[in-house]
Design a protein around this ligand. Structure first.
Ligand SMILES: NC(=O)c1ccc[n+]([C@@H]2O[C@H](COP(=O)([O-])OP(=O)(O)OC[C@H]3O[C@@H](n4cnc5c(N)ncnc54)[C@H](O)[C@@H]3O)[C@@H](O)[C@H]2O)c1
Length: 260
């Protein structure tokens, strides 16, 4: 299927993990990709997409910085004319007992995961409204937006904030042909998960590397961790014409881990 021919998709947090998988899926379906992250590795993702016959540019920037976000969308419009889909996916996590959690951890996680979504969505909506042919805003939340988890109150708050932003914006732009939705990945095997396995594993009882992951995966009804591709299937659906009447929703993609 090439559902996104002549559509331009901006995606943050696309240097690896979930974001890179989503970007590659859109590229295979014909989209013009603007892949962004705060690390140079994002250039290799764009290069790989081009090598595979897709269209992509890369942009290194910081989603917590308004000028940087504006420059990202300027780069997208300069390269491909107009933005149709914006995926706010950049995210960070830290894991600490409450007595050890620093104000710096709180500020960083809220800045990237929540303010970053707000700044990128704000810029994307302005650009999509300007061209007037509608579009899609898709935000990465987390299972922790449904059910907060131990040692991550800041992360749970940041992702519940993403749901709030999603619902509020969905109402504001509903008559502009713009849908706004979010998704909640469960346990997806990425670099972020490797950190989670190590630090949660230590705090929850000195698990050997990989052991905590195995235990949690046993708790998933489908008995496997997710992949970036699993997430990309949902995100491309939300960006497609088939999802034109879906807005303000937050959808789990987690093998059945959370059913509410
Ligand atoms: N992996 C999981 O199990 C899981 C579960 C639930 C939610 N999520 C969410 O999915 C998203 C992607 O996670 P992942 O597992 O691929 O993570 P990852 O750590 O592999 O990748 C994170 C990406 O965000 C980018 N990033 C971080 N800070 C940034 C900043 N200030 N400005 C711009 N880019 C920045 C990084 O460069 C990288 O591209 C995140 O929002 C994360 O919270 C992941």
């Amino acid at each position: 299927m090439r559902r996104f021919e002549n559509k331009t998709v901006v995606i943050t947090g696309a240097s690896r993990g979930i974001g890179a998988a989503i970007a590659k899926r859109f590229a295979r379906e014909g989209a013009n990709l603007v892949v962004s992250a705060n690390e140079d590795a994002v250039h290799a993702i764009a290069e790989q997409i081009r090598t595979d016959g897709g269209k992509a540019i890369s942009f290194v920037g910081d989603v917590t910085d308004r000028a940087s976000v504006k420059a990202l969308f300027d780069a997208a419009e300069n390269a491909f004319d107009a933005v149709d889909v914006s995926i706010q996916n950049a995210g960070v996590i830290t894991i600490s007992r409450i007595e050890d959690m620093t104000e710096g951890e709180w500020d960083k996680v809220m800045a990237v995961n929540t303010k970053g979504v707000f700044l990128c969505a704000q810029e994307a909506i302005a650009r999509i409204r300007k061209h007037g042919r509608g579009g899609r805003i898709i935000n990465t939340a987390s299972g922790q937006a449904r059910d907060g988890f131990i040692y991550t109150p800041h992360y749970a708050a940041s992702k519940m904030g993403v749901v709030g932003i999603t619902q509020s914006l969905a109402k504001e732009v509903a008559t502009d042909g713009i849908t706004v939705n979010a998704f909640c990945p469960g346990i997806i095997e990425t670099d972020m998960w490797a950190y989670n396995d190590e630090v949660w594993g230590k705090l929850l009882g000195n698990y050997a590397p990989g052991e905590l992951m195995k235990e949690w995966v046993r708790g998933i009804p489908m008995k496997r961790a997710g992949s970036g591709e699993d997430v990309a299937g949902l995100v491309t659906f939300l960006a497609s014409e088939d999802a034109a009447y879906i807005t303000g929703q937050t959808i789990n993609v987690d093998g059945g881990l959370i059913m509410s």
